[in-house]
Write a protein of this length. Structure first.
Length: 808
């Protein structure tokens, strides 16, 4: 029992009992009175504090509880756990983040500093803030109601439309983010209207803390401490400030968006009229025309698509529980996220089916914690890090691991070959009941789009096999390494190989050797690449640009031939497969010669010439049932979808991009003479009211390619800029010495021996010969040689004499 004296603290210590005994009962009247007064004051302070806490808690919970419509509507999509929809207008929840902003770096950590932000009270009046919150909450309610209605008439599945939605797969947690973005956009609209009425400056880009988002989503606006280790995070975070390049963040804007209403409505003509139907542009400008390019193989387009899926994944708007929204009659009821492609009378394909509308749902809006126009969400990390192999979130990464020897999970065929693990989801847009009964499924990979076409699935398989091959090699020379160390070290090596192949074999073909040299993008022959730039400057922000994902890097669709020659080596025969029958049809990989046939067709078939022309396999038969032999086309049109996506994203017209790239101002169509294909320019001038209305995708594809480049100057400019950022803005770029744990010079020597040809030789089935540069056609300077003569890396430089922990 402890005595209390005048030195005893007012608050009981943790180890003291719940009762005390006075030191003496013989105290003076004055002393007792003083103690009584202190006691009363203490009680009053406690009571006041408790009352304040209860009052605030009740205010917030009461607001939530008085919105049952939201609570009920969000429960199907499990949104209630991540969104605080009923935040009181007077809330100052931004204060909750202040502790993060002032955090100090822990030992072995790097403080990634972000620029200062503006608080809502600094730039918005209380009335504006209140009205913004009110408008946002109402917009979110309306959106949820529309989702509930749309859920009653979902897209039929399987169908071309449902396969398209799976081809642009959207993560389950996007719905919550998109809903918050809907609120931000509504708040922007009302506040901008209020500013306009009072002739006040725009509030665009003012920080707006609605309280609708969990605080980690706004991390890009606050200082945060990252422990920078040897290995990348799976989602790309902790690489650069403000969340640059990490997954589930908005695309980057180079030019301000051109929305019809200035905030979110898809782009229209300068006159305010509708732009020509994307389908009409496709039919008249992008009609098929057989003209091959014998210099390059289909593997160029295959690798390009695999790379594209490693760095971009645009999220689409979804309905309740991730359901697809139908946008065309008889099911479509014009959900606010619908933006269908108009099909005019006389359409040579869709008149046969009576279709007047091509289904199209808008990309999901991305929250920014700021007032501003609509932005779109990239679901994967921007960095070339192998996320298509490993995933961009921890759950996917875990599901793909074997957790033994650092290997990825695989399935074994009866003849002891390894294939990607099965995807048993019957609604993934790929699995078919007839194949399931045979025990054959489509495949799971780091990217949900892996089954989109046979060649792409094969590329995923080759890289997964490469991971396991390297993990086994590292385990042999470092038997003490744990599963985690083997997995992370292998992932690091594979990511470096992917970067090397991209900049050594792929990018020089696309933009030309001269431009590669100008931008210092070529991989070095030896040593480390010096960083002569500040990677934290905005000009090196690696975040994928909106125009890159929505237009520029879609150029490869023009390269694909409509027929693919498939060779049977055993029989010595060849057959042809229509391109659309390769989509969502990876089952031939289960056959003993399936992988070999797929790889061989990609490395021997040549591409089409770069132009506006696209095979009818993609403009009339896209995502038809590959097993349906109907002669009546009923597929979607990829070109129409590409054009519509650019308008959906508010991409400015083509002339603005030429000016941005210092290619000259364009005032009228005649200014483009000598720069665009003459016939295409004439067709474009008859379709669009003014030259300013021309879509970026169509205008850039019509350009005459540069001398040593595969593509035209505008796309060359935009693609070069993005890949320069992906190199200069990546803390973990394989050739940089200025990173926490750079590769040794000996390890770099081996990584530089990596090639796509060696990957094919090491990881395919029964392939013994290949050309050294598989994206280029066989010729005198690129002959087919034995796989044994193609150099490959040794992993001896990774041998260690001590246990290396993956957390080091």
């Amino acid at each position: 029992m402890r005595n209390i004296t005048e030195r005893t603290p007012l608050r009981r210590s943790a180890d003291s009992p719940d009762y005390i005994e006075f030191a003496s009962f013989l105290r003076t009247r004055r002393t007792r009175l003083r103690q009584f007064q202190c006691c009363v004051c203490g009680i009053l302070i406690v009571v006041f504090t408790m009352a304040l806490v209860v009052s605030i808690s009740y205010s917030m919970s009461h607001t939530n509880s008085t919105n049952p419509a939201i609570d009920n509507a969000t429960s199907p999509g499990n949104l209630g756990s991540t969104l605080r929809l009923g935040l009181a207008p007077e809330s100052t929840s931004h204060a909750a983040f202040s502790s993060t902003a002032s955090a100090t770096a822990e030992p072995n950590s790097v403080l990634i500093s972000n620029e200062d932000i503006d608080t809502p009270t600094k730039h918005l009046s209380q009335l504006e803030y209140t009205q913004g919150l009110r408008a946002g909450k109402q917009a979110m309610k309306d959106r949820l109601s529309a989702d509930m209605i749309a859920a009653k008439s979902p897209l039929p599945s399987p169908s071309p439309e449902s396969r398209h939605r799976h081809a642009v797969s959207t993560c389950s947690n996007v719905s919550a983010l998109a809903l918050a973005a809907v609120g931000e956009i509504a708040a922007t609209r009302i506040i901008e209207k209020m500013r306009s009425i009072h002739d006040e400056p725009s509030a665009i880009d003012t920080f707006f803390d609605s309280g609708w988002l969990p605080k980690n989503i706004c991390k890009r606006y606050f200082n945060h401490t990252c422990k920078i280790g040897k290995y990348r995070t799976i989602d790309g975070s902790c690489n650069r400030p403000r969340g640059w390049g990490s997954s589930m963040m908005p695309f980057r804007r180079t030019l301000s968006p051109d929305y019809a209403d200035g905030i979110e409505s898809p782009r229209k003509a300068r006159s305010g009229k509708d732009l020509p139907s994307a389908r009409e542009v496709s039919l008249k400008v992008h009609k098929p025309s057989a003209s091959s390019n014998p210099s390059f193989t289909v593997m160029l387009a295959v690798f390009g698509q695999f790379l594209d899926h490693d760095i971009t994944a645009t999220a689409l708007s979804q309905g309740v529980n991730g359901s697809s929204i139908a946008c065309c009659p008889p099911l479509g009821r014009q959900h606010p996220e619908c933006f269908p492609v108009r099909v005019n009378a006389g359409d040579p394909v869709h008149d046969l089916t009576g279709r007047t509308c091509m289904d199209f749902v808008r990309s999901a809006p991305a929250p920014r914690c700021k007032l501003g126009p609509r932005e779109q969400l990239n679901q994967v990390s921007a960095f070339i890090d192998g996320s298509a192999i490993y995933g961009s979130d921890n759950e996917t990464a875990r599901d793909l691991r074997e957790f033994t020897g650092g290997r990825l999970r695989m399935q074994f065929t009866p003849d002891n070959r390894t294939l990607l693990p099965p995807s048993t989801n019957p609604n993934d847009g790929c699995n078919r009941e007839a194949e399931r009964r045979r025990g054959r499924y489509c495949f799971a990979a780091g990217d949900a789009r892996a089954n989109e076409n046979l060649h792409l699935t094969t590329m995923h398989l080759l890289w997964a096999r490469q991971h396991n091959r390297i993990a086994n090699e590292l385990a042999k020379i470092n038997p003490s390494w744990s599963d985690e160390t083997l997995y992370q070290e292998t992932r690091r090596i594979v990511g470096a190989q992917l970067q090397h192949v991209t900049y050594r074999e792929f990018l020089p073909v696309i933009v030309g050797d001269e431009r590669m040299n100008e931008h210092d993008l070529d991989p070095l022959e030896s040593g480390y690449k010096k960083q002569t730039h500040d990677p934290d400057e905005p000009e090196n922000d690696p975040t994928i640009a909106n125009h890159f994902a929505a237009a520029a890097f879609r150029f490869a669709h023009t390269l694909l031939p409509g027929l693919m020659r498939m060779t049977d080596a055993e029989k010595g025969t060849s057959s042809y497969m229509e391109l659309h029958k390769m989509l969502f049809n990876p089952y031939s990989l289960y056959a003993a010669d399936g992988v070999r046939r797929s790889v061989t067709s990609a490395t021997t078939n040549v591409i089409q010439r770069y132009s506006t022309h696209v095979t009818s396999q993609l403009t009339s038969h896209l995502f038809e049932d590959p097993m349906d032999n109907s002669t009546v086309p009923c597929g979607l049109d990829l070109v129409s979808l590409n054009i519509q996506r650019g308008r959906d994203h508010g991409l400015p017209g083509y002339p603005m991009w030429r000016e941005y790239c210092d290619l000259g101002k364009v005032g009228n169509f005649s200014d483009l003479e000598g720069h665009l294909d003459p016939q295409v320019l004439e067709q474009i001038s008859m379709l669009y009211e003014t030259v300013d209305d021309v879509d970026l995708y169509t205008g850039a594809l019509a350009e005459i390619p540069e001398s040593d480049s595969l593509i035209g100057p505008t796309f060359t400019c935009l693609i070069l800029d993005q890949f320069a950022r992906l190199q200069k803005g990546d803390r973990f770029w394989y050739e940089f010495a200025e990173q926490p744990y750079p590769f040794t010079e000996g390890q770099l020597v081996e990584i530089r021996k990596s090639s796509l040809a060696k990957l094919i030789c090491d990881c395919s089935d029964a392939i013994t010969h290949a050309q050294m540069r598989v994206m280029r056609s066989v010729g005198p300077d690129n002959p087919i040689i034995s796989c044994e003569d193609i150099p490959g890396p040794s992993f001896a430089p990774w041998k260690e004499n001590h246990v290396s922990d993956a957390s080091s």
